[in-house]
Design a protein. Structure first.
Length: 159
């Protein structure tokens, strides 16, 4: 098994939600990153013109608390880290067959990346304490997380 850790969308825009869980989640992600060889860590950066993820906005930069151990950065303009990016080709060249997932936001980019990775044939492992989201007007962040973790078990292993 040759693996890669995908660190999804840990960007300054997270602070716009004023959620006290952001720093704690980033701390746990940093701890997770420290357990991987540097060459196995890939940082996924979401960009979206006209939003807080606009490349010209400071909120599109990686979060100041995130520890960057290398410059393996995949820039994406869609929810999936694989769609219209070089990620799949890079992982294939390195014979990586397992992707480990952490990051934000469960119901958007984490979800799309998990499912795409599964359908591309990767063994997918989801670190349940290292993915997160925010409260919605009708659901708590934990309710959203519980729902998606149940779904993710169809596409990978929950760790």
């Amino acid at each position: 098994m040759k693996q890669a850790l995908l660190v999804i969308d840990i960007q300054e825009a997270l602070d716009l939600k004023h959620d006290e869980n952001v720093s704690q989640t980033i701390d746990t992600i940093n701890e997770l990153i420290s357990t991987y060889p540097k060459e196995q860590v890939y940082y996924i950066r979401h960009l979206e013109i006209g939003s807080e993820f606009d490349p010209n906005e400071p909120t599109s930069q990686f979060h100041y608390e995130l520890i960057l151990v290398n410059n393996q950065i995949i820039t994406k303009f869609h929810h999936s880290a694989f769609y219209e990016t070089s990620l799949h080709e890079i992982l294939q060249l390195k014979n990586i067959d397992t992707i480990d997932i952490c990051g934000y936001q469960i119901e958007y980019c984490v979800d799309a990346t998990i499912k795409t990775g599964h359908f591309l044939g990767y063994n997918v492992r989801i670190y349940q304490d290292h993915i997160h989201t925010f409260n919605s007007p009708t659901l708590s962040d934990q309710d959203i997380k519980d729902h998606y973790l149940n779904q993710f078990s169809l596409y990978g292993d929950i760790i």
